[in-house]
Design a protein around this ligand. Structure first.
Ligand SMILES: [Fe+2]
Ligand SMILES: [Fe+2]
Length: 227
């Protein structure tokens, strides 16, 4: 059963890659621009930290209670660690401590909106009768697809720019989360590739909005600081 789940996950990952091909050049260009200047890079890293924190807070808010199992606690701990990892790298790049206030982030409103709308659209698509655990697993799965896709591109840019840090450990965990969410959906009899593709399609539209906001933010920063 595990190998079946893995092959379903691999096939969904390939479809995700294919559906996002047109975004690769734009994302690489955006990442390269942020990485070119340490203050800009710090804002991007801090934004990723905030997104990881929102993700972990969401797990805590929806999964706390009698049914909280060890895999979910581990997922929560790892997403919290990712928020810490990106915050630490952000502060190293900035050379001072950073909070999550507007001036320390890149496109903060769009980043928060991305999660809120994804949450709302997932709940809408699943409908009122969906069991709460399925909503958590589907939402996580869609986010993990994006995280793995984005962090792979980011890691390649970090290697090209000879960055002092690597995303390899975060990437390995996100990859494993994808398999775990898929396996858990299979266990409760809810692994529905067509539904996940629909959710990913909606997520892509939201990610495009976030990407556009990140591009505008780096443009604005270049004008005020570098111009
Ligand atoms: Fe994460
Ligand atoms: Fe994850």
């Amino acid at each position: 059963m595990q190998s079946t789940t893995q092959s379903v996950t691999r096939s969904m990952s390939s479809e995700f890659e294919l559906a996002n091909t047109s975004l690769v050049d734009r994302v690489e260009a955006m990442l390269e621009r942020y990485c070119a200047h340490s203050k800009q890079h710090a804002r991007l890293l801090n934004t990723l930290s905030m997104l990881e924190h929102i993700g972990s807070r969401k797990i805590m808010a929806t999964q706390s209670g009698k049914g909280l199992d060890q895999p979910t606690l581990k997922h929560l701990a790892e997403e919290t660690r990712h928020a810490f990892f990106f915050k630490r790298q952000a502060e190293r790049a900035a050379r001072h401590s950073l909070d999550y206030s507007e001036k320390s982030l890149a496109a903060p409103a769009a980043a928060r909106m991305y999660f809120q709308r994804l949450d709302a659209s997932t709940a809408r698509t699943l409908g009122r009768n969906a069991i709460p655990k399925a909503a958590y697993l589907y939402m996580s799965m869609v986010v993990e697809f994006r995280a793995v896709w984005l962090y792979r591109l980011y890691q390649a840019v970090l290697e090209r720019t000879r960055s002092a840090f690597s995303l390899r450990s975060v990437l390995a965990e996100e990859d494993r989360h994808l398999e775990e969410m898929s396996g858990a959906l299979k266990t409760i009899g809810a692994l529905d590739a067509a539904l996940i593709e629909r959710l990913c399609c909606g997520e892509r539209r939201l990610f495009e909005r976030l990407l556009a906001a990140l591009e505008r933010s780096v443009d604005g920063f270049a004008l005020t600081v570098l111009g």
